[in-house]
Design a protein around this ligand. Structure first.
Ligand code: FAM
Length: 464
């Protein structure tokens, strides 16, 4: 494959010009929306310049194998919030996970970044001040209530309906109050699309804890949902709604969890689906509900549930504290049964996922003796060699989902069917940031070309 299609050696796409336009820290005394209004005309000019300079240049060949192969490596999308390097992993607006942990504002006494700051970074490319992050926490708390009819929809769902299906239903229904859908009906100019998209995106993120909390309490019978506290940050409120707000370590875990799950460039199923559906000018609620339906697949976000299901089955088959030999046999049996080892492999990454590493470091600090954490570590020492020996997977290393369930269950969130909902809450941050920019930059309707196998054969026969 042509080198331009290989992402493994690509350095973060963050040009010196972009750095000059978006300085690394946010100017004080602006709200996120005010700052966006300043940045949008600059970025419009920048995109115009890039297209004038490079618009007619080829960006590498397309191989027929890529049409059949899930478009792996095909350069096809613009996504500004994050870039994924095959070896190094994710960078959010040019910053690695450890850099985000160091630079983004934290809660008083906390060590993990506040996702509010990560959202500001994803949207503007700038690190916000502590005050700007506090204002975002308050703004989201003020927007957090969900309409009564959405509460009723959730309350009427049978507890046997998967939490992700309930999540998607509720987010779809939020479209009832979409500022973008209303503005469009009222004949808003294209130039103004980003304003109501911004409002919807803020509402979407703000309302997710109430939706997630209600699903959790309904499905698992955890009692009445408490109220959001406007003095607390987003992750603290989410933890409270799930019943873990008194546990500071869990709240810290949520801050880290949302940050690392927020965005993973544009080609993954949930991000791309949100962008695709948004390109039809479906509002952010409809677009993100589509993202959730993609995230609910076992090869994508549902893998965090699958990992725990797989580990539980392993323990009931070979017992707890099983020997390496017994674990190896179980892994081989999984592969021989035509199943994947969940939590391992990746479509882009070719090394251990830094999101896995960040969670491992959290575990080493907060729960080093946890038996499930130890099992996750034991699996790490066994699975990659087996996947290499089996010879199919291009990446034998663990991804983000190999670790998250062990952390959640340590604190008592043991209901594995709920895990992907937390991934979904986090993924809204990245999808919403890009939806705002897509409307600000006038991104067009997505409409790639498809071919039949017959047409492909004919093209090459005619050329011969
Ligand atoms: N266990 C067994 N086989 C695997 C494997 C794994 N963990 N990872 C890849 N393979 C197989 C894969 O199924 C394919 O087999 P076939 O040729 O028979 O179709 C072959 O190896 C080549 O696949 P690849 O090119 O290495 O990976 P893909 O880009 O096709 O797929 C994943 C990437 C993530 C879907 C794949 O690695 C997988 O199924 N992993 C387990 C599920 C998982 O953990 N998903 C979560 C991914 C995560 F980061 C996320 O989105 N949240």
């Amino acid at each position: 494959m042509a080198s331009i299609l290989r992402t493994s050696r690509t350095k973060p796409v963050w040009s010196s010009l972009a750095r000059a336009r978006f300085s690394s820290t946010a100017p004080k005394n602006t709200t996120l929306k005010e700052r966006l209004a300043e940045l949008i005309p600059l970025e419009l000019e920048n995109v115009k310049r890039v297209r004038a300079e490079h618009g007619k240049k080829s960006f590498g060949p397309v191989l027929v194998d890529q049409l059949y192969g899930g478009m792996r490596g095909l350069p096809a999308l613009i996504w500004d919030g994050s870039v994924l390097d095959a070896d190094e992993g994710i960078r959010f607006r040019g910053k690695t996970i450890p850099e985000c942990q160091e630079l983004l504002p934290k809660a008083p006494g906390g060590a993990e970044p506040l996702p509010e700051g990560l959202f500001w970074l994803l949207v503007t490319g700038e690190v916000p001040t502590q005050e700007q992050v506090t204002e975002l926490s308050k703004d989201w708390a003020a927007r957090s209530a969900i309409p009564e009819f959405v509460e009723e929809i959730l309350d009427r769902c049978p507890p046997t309906l998967h939490p992700m299906s309930q999540f998607s239903l509720a987010v779809t229904a939020l479209n009832h109050n979409s500022a973008f859908a209303k503005a469009y009906q009222d004949g808003v100019s294209k130039k103004e699309y980003w304003g109501p998209t911004f409002e919807d995106s803020m509402d979407l993120i703000a309302k997710l804890p109430n939706i997630a909390g209600r699903i959790y309490r309904n499905v698992y019978g955890q009692g009445k949902l408490p109220a959001i506290d406007p003095a607390k940050d987003y992750s603290h409120n989410l933890s409270t709604l799930l019943g873990f707000g008194d546990n500071q370590a869990f709240v810290e875990l949520m801050r880290l969890y949302i940050t690392i799950h927020s965005d993973h460039e544009g080609g993954n199923v949930s991000a791309h689906t949100g962008k695709l559906v948004g390109s039809a000018l479906s509002d952010p609620f409809l677009a993100f509900a589509a993202s959730l339906n993609g995230l609910a697949g076992p090869l994508h976000g549902l893998a965090n549930q699958e990992v725990l299901v797989w580990l539980s089955k392993m323990q009931s088959k070979i017992g707890k504290n099983a020997s390496d030999e017994a674990v190896k046999e179980y892994v081989w049996a999984t592969l021989k049964g035509g199943q994947v080892v969940p939590g391992y492999g990746h479509a882009v990454l070719r090394k251990t996922d830094p999101r896995y590493t960040a969670q491992r470091e959290f575990a080493l600090k907060h729960l080093p003796e946890d038996p499930l954490f130890k099992l996750v570590g034991q699996i790490y020492n066994i699975v990659p060699d087996i996947l290499l020996e089996a010879g199919k997977a291009k990446n034998p290393w663990p991804n983000v989902d190999a670790h998250s369930g062990a952390l959640l269950s340590h604190y008592g969130l043991t209901q594995m069917q709920f895990y992907t909902v937390l991934f979904g809450v986090s993924r809204a941050f990245g999808v919403a940031a890009q939806l705002i920019w897509d409307r600000a930059l006038g991104a067009p309707l997505e409409r790639p070309k498809s071919y039949s196998t017959q047409a492909i054969e004919k093209i090459f026969k005619d050329k011969a």
